[in-house]
Design a protein around this ligand. Structure first.
Ligand SMILES: Cc1ncc(COP(=O)(O)O)c(C=O)c1O
Length: 368
């Protein structure tokens, strides 16, 4: 038998080609004392006190495995969305759903169509499974260009990702645009509408696209999460609203059995029912987002119109320089890693104090 080198077999080459997973920088990495985390689109607001109490109570029962079918959570979500309970698949964050979509749909040589710029995990869904990524640039307002996404499809396309609001731009789609996607994406591809920031879009007066997605003949799925509007990024709960029994079953098959732990299920359920807390978080986010956009504009930056919990803006200099200078002031923000977007920063909406500190630091940085 011919010798096969370990390097060429394990891990599989597609995996070797991927960058190492990142992790949020912590104070110790920066070495400058407390930092304001305005880089990961987290909520600065703590979760609902009811969610915290439910999680504490759930801790007393963790000698038992969690419900592998997350029945209480899916019942609640089904009640609000009208999607039958068996077509709701919970995940370890909606990031798990993105990875699962790749596992269930993409084989070597297939194509995955993604907006550019958008959420980097979509690339992994393709690359992990030997697929290639085909990009469709966003429109000038930062929203997904649905006609470009459709035009990028070929007979090899197995997933089309659309995001509304889009990360990192923050723009939403109209239902008319989603209807074009629903009709225009070939039935040989899974149409994914990533709505990680759904609640922010609705709060800003955006349309609910679920009814339009339900008119699609081909396969589809909508992804949402508890990480953003519920302030629960740390417990990792997201979900899939699957377009058919078939697609729901496929998402079920590719996940691990106990993928959402008992504490997380309890916390998410209590948070779901605390609508007053969610509305407070959305409204506070709106107020600070508007202050950030106004402050950035005043300092000469060009922010994308955004309805989400982040603002992306074009600067007059490399974003890498702005980010590292801001870090010296204890403010951590993100930047876009796409060709042509070298001057773009992304700032997560934080507390009122975060907004003040960021804008004051940016003013100093830009004066240099
Ligand atoms: C567009 C988009 N989709 C999905 C996710 C994943 O979120 P989570 O795994 O926390 O649900 C994020 C996180 O920032 C995102 O921005």
């Amino acid at each position: 038998m011919a010798e096969v080198s370990v390097e060429s077999t394990i891990p599989k080459p597609a995996l070797r080609a991927l960058p190492d997973p990142g992790r949020p920088p912590i104070e110790a990495d920066v070495g400058k004392g407390p930092i304001r985390r305005m880089n990961l689109n987290e909520s600065p607001i703590q979760p609902s006190p009811k969610a915290i109490a439910a999680m504490q109570e759930a801790c007393t029962r963790v000698n038992r495995y969690p419900d592998p079918q997350w029945r209480e959570l899916t019942a609640a979500i089904s009640g609000a969305t009208g999607i039958p309970q068996h077509r709701i698949v919970m995940g370890n964050g909606s990031d798990e759903a993105i990875v699962s979509a790749g596992r269930l749909a993409v084989s070597p040589g297939d194509e995955v169509v993604v907006p550019m710029p958008s959420f980097p995990s979509y690339n992994n869904a393709a690359a992990l499974n030997g697929g290639t990524v085909v990009t469709a640039p966003v429109k000038a307002d930062g929203s997904n260009d649905v006609d470009a996404l459709i035009a990028a499809c070929t007979p090899k396309t197995r997933i089309v990702f659309a995001a509304s609001p889009n990360n990192p731009t923050g723009a939403i789609l109209t239902s008319a645009e989603v209807a074009r996607l629903v009709a225009g994406v070939p039935d040989t591809a899974l149409l994914v509408l990533d709505e990680a920031y759904y609640e922010f879009g609705i709060h800003a007066g955006g349309e609910d696209h679920l009814k339009v997605m339900e008119t699609r003949k081909g396969p589809w799925a909508v992804f949402r999460t508890f990480s953003k509007a519920y302030g629960l990024a740390g417990i990792r709960v997201g979900y899939v609203l699957a377009g058919s029994d078939d697609i729901a079953k496929a998402f079920q098959k590719v996940r691990s059995v106990f993928n959402v732990n008992a504490v997380a299920q309890a916390g998410a359920l209590a948070a779901w029912h605390d609508t007053a807390h969610r509305e407070m978080l959305l409204e506070k986010t709106r107020i600070e987002r508007e202050r950030l956009v106004a402050g950035l504009t005043e300092l000469g930056a060009e922010p994308f119109p955004t309805v989400a919990n982040f603002v992306t803006a074009k600067m007059d200099r490399p974003a890498a320089d702005v980010c590292s200078a801001l870090l010296e002031h204890g403010v951590m923000i993100g930047r876009l890693m796409y060709p042509g977007y070298e001057n773009y920063i992304r700032v997560t909406v934080g507390s009122a104090e975060d907004t003040d500190a960021f804008l004051a630091a940016l003013k100093e940085v830009l004066a240099k």
